[in-house]
Write a protein that binds this ligand. Structure first.
Ligand code: CU
Length: 69
C-alpha cells in the first residue's frame, strides 16, 4: 500500500469534502481516503498495483474540483 496526499482546491463545505472522499474511495485499489477541508488536502492509501496518482487526480477533477500531487 502507498500513502499520498493530494492538494484539492474548490471545496467550500463538508459536503464537498464528502464528495471527494466518495469519488476517491470509488476508485479501484483505494483502501481509504480522508479529506481535510481546511487544509485543502486529501490523504489516500491505495494499492499501486491497481491504481496510480494520475487516476486519483482525474477522479477528483471529474467531480468538479482541482487536484494536484
Ligand atoms: Cu460543498
Amino acid at each position: 500500500m502507498k500513502n499520498i496526499s493530494l492538494n484539492i482546491s474548490g471545496m467550500t463545505c463538508q459536503g464537498c469534502a464528502k464528495t471527494v472522499v466518495r469519488v476517491l474511495e470509488a476508485v479501484n485499489g483505494v483502501q481509504s481516503a480522508a479529506v481535510d477541508l481546511a487544509a485543502e488536502r486529501a490523504d489516500i492509501v491505495f494499492d499501486e498495483a491497481q491504481t496510480n496518482v494520475s487516476v486519483l487526480v482525474n477522479a477528483v477533477e471529474d467531480a468538479g474540483f482541482d487536484a494536484s500531487a
